[in-house]
Design a protein around this ligand. Structure first.
Ligand code: UD1
Length: 417
């Protein structure tokens, strides 16, 4: 196990390059299954979730190589349809493989997926969507077995705009016979990115990024070279870091259009932000509380920035209410922030925060990916020394996190326990 040891209380200055979006890359890796051609993903982040997906591809018979930031996947010899349970349990995104493995091989077998423990994360919408396309699904002994002789387009209405279900259905529907309509689809930018990628492979996907996605199935797809969109959650994490620590940051390879709800909040609490041409500049000056932060599907405030925003609210002047609407137990960072001197009370899905002038260093534990990022920011802004463990959570989604923070002036190092 590893931990960060952090000496807090230093403002952050300088430039930071934002990685490609984790949540865009993961479904693209599943999409690579759909072709026998070569897929190259440029600027692919070396995070554990990506490395685990690459391992799944290898188990399926794909040849992969990771050179510099370029990940190459060659599917000519792929023939397996079973995703080993040890890997499926490592990450939730293994479930995306269902749609594309069925579309390519006519069958798929996968153990129930793992991922961040942030409450119940059902996959009923993924499975009912695939059933509508003609897939027969048998759930038994912790495994999902799927068979399909022919995928057929259908109209699918999602009960809620699930990101993963929208993507999984798209991945199967691109190879189905006829037209598929996904209604109440999720609108996250990563869905539009997946559609762009699939269309570059020869698919016909229309309306991605809107509540109705229309897909005309095609018989085959070709290889592609592609650079995914920037990671809005990593960008948001650095913007919040700046608001907490003070100083001036420039984010390169960052898309402000996909971060409007956060940028609006940060301006409200008196940060100065300028965005232009793939760059976002932030100056933080004083902090008044953001009053209300309520997570909701895109374009609302992202649940993946809730923990970081709560860490910021802890040191703002005034009170803030944070409401988590997407996941049930996404407040694991709260007791840890309280150990650092934060004043937080949780009632159901709401956290009530009374700002304190500063947090104090402490030894804290990350229970999930974004909670871990929030505690790291809290420690960097706090007075005195902290440690944040276990880093395996943070490594799932942030590449070179401590190197990037250190280059901005933070005093942070990784230590093996
Ligand atoms: C994706 C993101 C994750 C983000 C989340 C919400 C990836 C790899 N992960 O996760 O970082 O936090 O979107 O923005 O892109 N639901 C059901 N049944 C289903 C599927 C989902 O009830 O079959 C519910 C979930 O319990 C949850 C809500 O829908 O309450 C949103 O989940 P979903 O959008 O599916 O999130 P993920 O795709 O898992």
């Amino acid at each position: 196990m590893e931990k960060y040891v952090i000496e807090g209380g230093v403002p952050l200055y300088g430039e930071v390059e934002i990685q490609s979006a984790k949540n865009a890359v993961l479904p693209l890796l599943a999409a690579a299954v759909l072709t026998e051609g070569r897929v190259v993903i440029h600027k692919c982040p070396r995070i554990t979730d990506v490395l685990n997906m690459v391992q799944i591809l290898e188990e399926l018979g794909f040849a992969t190589s990771f050179l510099g930031g370029d990940l190459t996947i060659d599917g000519a010899a792929a023939a397996n349809h079973e995703i080993p349970s040890a890997l499926a349990k490592e990450l939730r995104s293994s479930v995306f493989m269902l749609g594309s493995v069925i579309a390519r091989f006519g069958r798929a077998r996968i153990a129930y997926p793992g991922g961040c423990d942030i409450g119940l994360r059902p996959i009923d919408l993924h499975l009912s969507g695939l059933r509508r396309l003609g897939v027969q699904i048998n759930e038994e002994g912790g495994y999902i077995d799927c068979v399909c002789s022919r995928l057929t387009g259908a109209e699918i209405v999602l009960d809620c705009p699930s990101v993963g279900a929208t993507e999984n259905i798209m991945l199967a529907a691109v190879r189905a016979e006829g037209e598929t309509l996904i209604r109440n689809a999720a609108r996250e930018p990563e869905i539009a990115d997946l559609a762009n990628f699939l269309n570059r492979m020869g698919a016909r996907v229309y309306g991605a990024g809107t509540p109705t996605v229309r897909i005309e199935g095609v018989p085959s797809l070709r290889g592609v070279e592609y650079t995914p969109i920037p990671d809005r959650i990593e960008a948001g994490t650095f913007l919040i870091a700046s608001a907490m620590c003070g100083g001036e940051l420039v984010l390169k390879n960052a898309d402000a259009e996909n971060l409007t709800s956060l940028i609006h909040k940060l301006c409200e609490i008196s940060c100065k932000i300028h965005a232009d041409n793939g760059k976002i500049e932030i100056q933080s000056r004083g902090r008044v509380s953001p009053k209300l932060v309520e997570t909701s599907p895109y374009p609302g405030f992202p649940t993946d920035l809730q923990a970081q925003m709560m860490a910021l609210a802890c040191i703002c002047r005034g009170s803030t209410v944070v409401v988590e609407n997407l996941f049930e137990t996404r407040f694991k960072h709260v007791p840890e922030l309280i150990r650092m001197g934060a004043d937080i009370t949780v009632r159901g899905r709401s956290a009530f925060i009374r700002g304190v002038p500063s947090l104090k260093g402490a030894d804290v534990f990350a229970g999930d990916l974004r909670g871990g990022a929030a505690l790291t920011l809290a420690a960097i802004s706090a007075e005195g020394q902290s440690s944040v463990s276990d880093l395996s959570h943070i490594d799932r989604g942030y590449s070179a996190f401590e190197f990037k923070l250190r280059a901005l002036g933070a005093r942070i190092r990784r230590v093996r326990i």
